[in-house]
Ligand binder design. Sequence first.
Ligand code: NAD
Length: 489
Amino acid sequence: MEQLQNYIAGIWQKSETADYLDVINPATNDVLAEVPLSLADDLDRAVTAAAEAFTSWRRIPATQRIQYLFKLKTLLEDNRDTLAKTITEECGKTLKESQGELQRAIENVEVACGIPTLMQGVNSEDIARGIDEMMIRQPLGVVGVIAPFNFPAMIPFWFFPYAIACGNTCIIKPSEKVPQTMQQITALIHQTGLPAGVVNLVHGSKTVVDALLDHRTVKAISFVGSSPVARYIYSRAAKAGKRVQCQGGAKNPVVILPDADLEMTTRIVADSAFGCAGQRCLAASLAITVGSVKADFVDAIAQAAQQRIVGNGLDEGVQMGAVINQGSCDRIQSLIQTGIDEGGKLLVDGRNPNVSGYAQGHFVRPTLLQDIPAEGEIAATEIFGPVLGLLHADTLDDAITLVNQSRWGNMACLFTNSGAAARKFRYEADAGNIGINIGVAAPMAFFPFSGWKESFYGDLHGQSQHAVEFFTQTKVVVERWPKEWSRQF
Ligand code: NAD
C-alpha cells in the first residue's frame, strides 16, 4: 500500500509520524493509499524551506514567476484524464464532475498569469510641489492554504497560484480524506521546474493545521471547510497575528416563482441539489416555492430525484456518486430522520439504497423532505448530502424573508421570468453569490467567491483581485528629489 509523502524544499519526504490514515474509495470502500498525519516538526521544516525560498523568489520578476504557471496549465491539461480519475476514486463524484472541477482549477491558473497587471500599484505625481507618491504591492512571505475534501483539486487553486505569482511561498495542507489529488498535482508542479520551497505540500489533520496557525513565520492563512472549523481557524490564526480568510459552510435556498420555466428550473435545481451528491458549498438545499407553482414543482422535482442514476462515479451513465465515507452516510441519514421527526413529509426516501455491485459503498440516494418547519433544525443545518428540503411562501417578499432569516449566506437563487422580481431578489437577498435562473452560482476565476454571514470569516475572498489583495501588502512611498541634486543632468 502506497504511503503518501510530504513535498518539502522540492523533495518528497517521509513524515516523522507513525500515525497513518487509510484513504478510501467511497464507492467501493477499498483502501487506495495511506496518508501521514504529519507532525509539527514536519510542518516546521516546510515553513523553513518556504521562508528560505521567499528571499530569492520575491526578487524574480513577476513576468518570469508566471512562466511556471503557464507550464503548470499545460501539464494540468495534458494530465486531465488521470487527475479526474483520481478525484473520482478518492472523492466519489462522477468523472464529468471531476473534469469540471479541474477546468475551474486551470482557469484560476490562467487568471493568476495576469499578475504583472493585477498587482500593479498606483501613483500620483506632484501631491505637493515636486513631491510624488506611489503605492506598490509587495508579497507577504510564507502563506498557508488549508483545503476541504469536496473539491480536492479546485479549492487549493483559489489561492496558491495567486500567492506564488505575487511572490509569496506557500504550504498547502490538503484534506486527509482526499490527499492523492494534490499529491499528483504537486508532482506536476515539480515538473515545471519551480524553485524548491516555493510550493510545499504537508499532509495531515488538526496537528499540522494548528502548527501552521501558530507558526510565527507564516503570515497568512486561507481556509475552506465547515463553519465551526472556519471560525476556529479564523480566531486562532488572527490571535497569532496573521491575515486570515476562511470560507465556511452553507445552506443554500432557491426560490421558485410561478412564472419560472418549470422544465428548466426542475432540471437545474435537481443538478444543484444532487450534483456531487450534494457535497458542494453551493448545492441547493432548500427549495422555496412561491404561490401557485408548488404542486407542479413538487411533482417534477420528485420525479427528477427518483430518476437520478446513482453509482460508482467511474461508471458510464452514472449521474450521482457516493458520499465521502460511512460517517457522512450515517450523519446524512440521521438528519433525514430529524427532518421527519420535526414534521417533514418524506416525499422521496434515499436512505440505505441498494446500489448494484457496490454493497460496500457509501451511498445515499436523492431525498426530498416536504413542508419542513422554517424555524426547525433541518431548515437551518448544513446536511452536505443529496437532501433537498421543500418550503413554501405566499409571496416573493415572504420568500426573501425566509432566505434572509438564515445564519448562512453563501448563495441564494431565484427562478423567474420577471426582470423586476430578479432585480428585487438580487438587491435584497442576503447572500454573497446570487443566481438568477442559475442553480450553482459559482463565480468564475476572475470574480471573488463571495460568501457572507456564517459562510465566511474575513474580508477578502478567494480568487481574482481579492486573492491578489489578500496575498500582497501595500507600501506607500513619498518621494522628493530636490532640483539642485539633479543639476548634473
Ligand atoms: P472540515 O472543516 O472538516 O475540514 C476542512 C479542513 O480543515 C481539512 O483540511 C481538515 O483537515 C481541517 N480540519 C478539520 N477539523 C479541524 C480542526 N478541528 N482543527 C484544525 N483543522 C481541522 O471540512 P470538510 O468536511 O473537509 O469539507 C466540507 C465543508 O467545507 C462543508 O461545510 C462545505 O460547505 C465547506 N466548503 C465551503 C466552501 C466555500 O467556498 N464556502 C467550499 C467547499 C467546501
